[in-house]
Design a protein around this ligand. Structure first.
Ligand SMILES: [Mn+2]
Length: 259
């Protein structure tokens, strides 16, 4: 059974840019697509009460509330589906899960493995996976409540097209299993190997992977069938940039593929 958790924030700012994505997907019937025996998925809204800080403090506040919501969903033996603005929601979601023998499968056009030293844009969302793996922002991760980083050996990264130079170096020197958008051939084997090391998977979907993925629904089904999914994230959808609602329909297709 799925439990939707709506996190309508863009770097701590509510309903701005990609922060508008979650509400739009709910209006389009995300809860119906994740129904169990005809019952729409329940929805929890992440709204920190006192958003008076700024910058990273806001990111911490949002992720702490998300952590509690994920923990509650997991305790009720439902699968949290986090509809979030930014990929940094991975920190709050991972913090709410039992970290023991947990893997990550990450679909994204970008590896999100920049650090403040290598980032060209300087934006936190491009550092999301790096932060979860302990490459940067240790303090941020710890404040959100994720004391230990996830081991690189337990990460499968797929759908990748745009890699920054600093990320390329990092990937060449890492244990992460990387699969470009156009080479899905080795993905089933990588998922089987991951399954031997973990009991469950956090499945992160940055919807920009749809820009280039050739068989996105097959990818989602492959991951779904590869291991128990402990939580799922759907991130980075900006309805203002979605003329004709093409992307919205594609994302609804991804949700259907999770069933
Ligand atoms: Mn991305």
């Amino acid at each position: 059974m799925f439990q939707i958790i709506e996190v309508p924030f863009h770097l701590g700012l509510e309903e701005v840019a990609v922060g508008k994505g979650p509400a739009r997907l709910l209006r389009a019937g995300a809860d119906q697509l994740l129904a169990t025996r005809g019952m729409p998925a329940a929805v929890t809204h992440v709204r920190p009460r006192d958003l008076r800080g700024k910058g990273l403090d806001l990111v911490v506040d949002v992720n702490r509330v998300l952590r509690a919501a994920v923990k509650e969903a997991a305790e009720q033996e439902t699968t949290p589906v986090v509809l979030a603005g930014n990929c940094n929601s991975c920190l709050g979601t991972l913090a709410g899960l039992d970290a023991h023998r947990l893997g990550i499968v990450w679909l994204d056009k970008h590896p999100d493995l920049n650090t403040p030293d290598t980032s060209i844009s300087g934006l936190l969302e491009g550092m999301s996976l790096a932060a979860a793996l302990g490459h940067c922002h240790q303090e941020l991760r710890e404040r959100i409540g994720l004391p230990s980083p996830v081991a690189e050996q337990n990460v499968v990264l797929a759908g990748i097209r745009d890699i920054d130079p600093g990320e390329k170096e990092r990937l060449e020197d890492s244990w992460i299993s990387v699969h470009p958008f156009d080479s899905l051939g080795l993905l089933p084997g990588a998922l089987r190997q991951l399954r031997e090391r973990v009991d469950g998977v956090y499945f992160h979907i940055d919807t920009d992977f749809l820009d280039c993925a050739e068989k996105p629904y097959d990818m989602v089904r492959l991951v779904r069938e590869s291991a128990p999914l402990k939580a799922i994230a759907i991130t980075n959808y900006n309805p203002d940039l979605d003329r004709g609602a093409t992307r919205e329909r594609e994302i609804l297709g991804l949700l259907s593929a999770l069933q």
